[in-house]
Design a protein around this ligand. Structure first.
Ligand SMILES: Nc1nc2c([nH]c(=O)n2[C@H]2C[C@H](O)[C@@H](COP(=O)(O)OP(=O)(O)OP(=O)(O)O)O2)c(=O)[nH]1
Length: 132
């Protein structure tokens, strides 16, 4: 039976409609900003905490739109599945890669073709973004 990692993550949309992907230190694949939900923590609060730690972004949790739960093989932990509570979050100001984020890139519907993507992002979240 596969082991499950529960995360909260963002489909983060910038002022020009592009979406943000991040790559963590010592890893290759780009993925959604976000991270693990701590015991007893509401997913949207986990998301707000992670976005602040990783990108210096403060979000209004009431304005985050819940898009559903999505699962895929975990990118950086072989044998694990990631289960993601996904929220659409609009940001207006600048974002700044911090903590374990090595790189953050804004992509549009066409410009992500050359990036190595985590399965969840590649198979579920970017298709949702592209269709939207
Ligand atoms: N944040 C995030 N993690 C993802 C995505 N896709 C995916 O497979 N994962 C995996 C990578 C990791 O195995 C796990 C998230 O763990 P993490 O270590 O980044 O989370 P965290 O920031 O809470 O870290 P920590 O508390 O363990 O330090 O989920 C995604 O789109 N976003």
């Amino acid at each position: 039976m596969s082991r499950i990692i529960h995360i909260a993550a963002a489909l983060l949309i910038g002022p020009d409609g592009k979406t943000l992907l991040v790559r963590k230190r010592n890893t290759q694949a780009f993925m959604q900003p976000g991270g693990k939900i701590e015991p007893g923590e509401q997913p949207v609060n986990a998301l707000a905490r992670e976005l602040h730690e990783e990108l210096g972004v403060r979000i209004d949790t009431a304005a985050a739109v819940y898009l559903g739960a999505f699962s895929a093989p975990a990118a950086n932990e072989p044998g694990f599945e990631v289960r993601c509570e996904l929220f659409r979050v609009q940001v207006e100001g600048a974002v700044e890669a911090a903590a374990e984020i090595e790189e953050a890139v804004w992509v549009d519907r066409h410009s992500h073709a050359y990036l190595e993507l985590a399965p969840l992002t590649r198979d579920h979240i970017l298709p949702l973004y592209t269709a939207g």
